[in-house]
Design a protein. Structure first.
Lengths: 283, 256
């Protein structure tokens, strides 16, 4: 039914020094979905993302964009990167200019847009990431969270179809992490496909439509978050933990506070709603 | 240096077009350096002090502190010009003779020294005006407009950005070393410093690869193209610049 926008087929990749980074990776990304890739440090998430926009080239296997194998010719790569944007984990390695405005204008200018169009996009990206008040500040005087938002704006301004976020909430305080998730929700409503990597199980569980779990360069499972998290052997193998929502839910069911027929909660509100109000039976 | 940089982004003249500020600073500097009288440098000094303290709103304390920095170099340079050592005691304006050697000042030398001193100080104040009121990124844009080769301006953009990234990294490493008593003795200090540098060197390579990858991810194809926020061009400012600079130039030309 749904269209596959991005696909990894039998990917194998080793770093030049011989370290095996990805083996036999198969992953389909549906258009407009929210896909979370969950895995511990060094599981190969970032390496996989670098394959998706052609920065790294697989040793064997291929990446398909809209059903076509991607080409590694310069022209084709630029076309691909226009559609598949990547926000890197460390904003300091993404922001190359000390001027916020300059940095955001870099991507759209590379797309060959006119100056007015670029200025319009920069303005919109500043508004979307709530960084308008930072445009006159130099990047080195920004806080980590501010830099992160500016680096997101730099990719947004290119208006890609698929946006990939590498550990987007790592290093953000709870308030900004929550605001960031709201921003993702907005993109999703606009029909963008979003892929993010994280080792925050709570976030991955509540946010994603679909989940892929990576462990030492392999995708060991993918599917519905609710299904995957009910397989403890999987969670343990990937060095992850259960989301607190599920732990709470299981505890409540076990102690008889919730009937076992209660559907698995997806969000905190779901869980709170399913807990019945206490009626005073003793008095 | 970091102080100067932060003032560049927060002073009251930051919205003024960078080309106007550069023009003002450069013409004043040329007028100051080519001056034949001590009056021009004094006027330039006063202009710049006024611009920095009154117009840009930078605390006078900071300005004075910055002006003291070149003072020590200048004084040494100027003193060697003013003083002469000779076996011939005639012609000195002020002198002391000991064992047949005269150390003293010739009057024309003194004048040259004072001229040089004031001219240098005036020129430095022009540079400070530019540095304190105009962010580096905007200066680079001006250079771009002046058709300075792209390779130079691109390097300036990257170097300027990475000065701060590496300073931050170095500060973090140093703090980690300090908290483990890395600088407890002279010997340990040298050792720790060498470790800091080698760690930093390793990071340079990693960072540069990451930077390249992230730029490639945004369709980088060999040329860093960026837009800068537009600054309003103010004809009024140009009038002020002309109004201030023409008398200075005339003063230089007519005062013989």
């Amino acid at each position: 039914m749904s269209e596959i926008i991005l696909e990894a087929v039998d990917l194998e990749y080793s770093y030049p020094d011989g370290t095996k980074a990805l083996s036999n990776v198969n992953l389909k990304v549906q258009k407009g979905e929210k896909l979370a890739i969950l895995g511990s440090n060094g599981a190969g998430k970032s390496t996989l993302f670098m394959q998706f926009n052609g920065i790294y080239r697989p040793n064997s296997g291929s990446i398909k964009y809209q059903g076509q194998d991607i080409s590694y010719k310069n022209r084709a790569l630029i076309e691909l990167r226009k559609q598949v944007g990547v926000v890197f984990q460390d904003p300091d390695s993404q922001l190359f200019s000390s001027s916020v405005y300059q940095d955001i204008s870099f991507g759209p200018l590379n797309l060959g847009l006119s100056e007015e169009e670029v200025r319009e996009r920069v303005k919109q990206a500043l508004i979307d990431t709530e960084t308008t008040d930072l445009e006159d500040k130099p990047t080195h005087l920004l806080s980590y969270g501010q830099k992160k938002r500016v680096s997101i704006a730099g990719v947004l301004a290119m208006e890609p179809e698929v946006i990939i976020f590498d550990e987007p909430t790592a290093g953000l305080d709870p308030r900004h992490a929550q605001e960031f998730m709201q921003l993702l929700e907005d993109f999703s409503l606009e029909g963008k496909t979003i892929i993010l990597s994280t080792h925050d199980v709570d976030l991955a569980y509540s946010w994603s439509d679909r989940l892929a779990i990576m462990s030492s360069g392999e995708i060991i499972a993918h599917g519905e978050p609710r299904e995957l998290f009910l397989r403890p052997e999987l969670i343990e193998r990937a060095d992850l933990a259960l989301p607190w929502l599920l732990e709470m839910y299981c505890g409540l069911v076990e102690k008889g506070w919730l009937p076992p027929s209660t559907p698995l909660p997806k969000t905190r509100d779901d869980l709170l709603r399913s807990i019945p109000t206490k009626t005073d039976t003793t008095g | 240096m970091i102080d100067i940089d932060s003032y560049a982004y927060s002073n009251n003249l930051k919205t003024v077009h960078p080309a106007e500020k550069s023009l003002f600073a450069l013409i004043s500097m040329v007028a100051c350096l080519t001056a034949t009288t001590v009056i021009t440098p004094l006027i330039v000094l006063a202009l710049m002090a006024g611009g920095i303290v009154l117009k840009a709103g930078i605390p006078a304390r900071i300005f004075v502190r910055l002006m003291i920095v070149p003072l020590s170099f200048l004084l040494i340079g100027v003193l060697t010009i003013a003083f002469s050592v000779s076996t011939n005691p005639s012609g000195f304006w002020l002198a002391q003779t000991m064992y047949g050697v005269t150390i003293g000042i010739h009057y024309p030398d003194l004048i040259t020294a004072v001229h040089l001193f004031l001219r240098s100080l005036g020129a430095v104040s022009c540079l400070y005006f530019l540095a304190l009121t105009t962010p580096m990124t905007e200066l680079i844009t001006v250079l771009n407009k002046l058709r300075v080769p792209v390779i130079i301006t691109e390097l300036m953009v990257l170097i300027y950005r990475f000065i701060f990234v590496f300073m931050e990294t170095a500060t973090t490493i140093r703090r980690a070393q300090l908290s483990r008593s890395g600088y407890i003795s002279m010997k340990r200090s040298f050792h720790s410093l060498s470790l800091l540098f080698s760690a930093l060197l390793g990071k340079v390579f990693v960072k540069s690869q990451e930077l390249y990858d992230s730029m490639a991810a945004r369709c980088y194809s060999g040329e860093i193209k960026v837009l800068t926020k537009k600054h309003p061009v103010s004809p009024g400012n140009y009038l002020i610049i002309i109004g201030l600079e023409i008398p200075l130039i005339l003063l230089n030309l007519l005062w013989r």
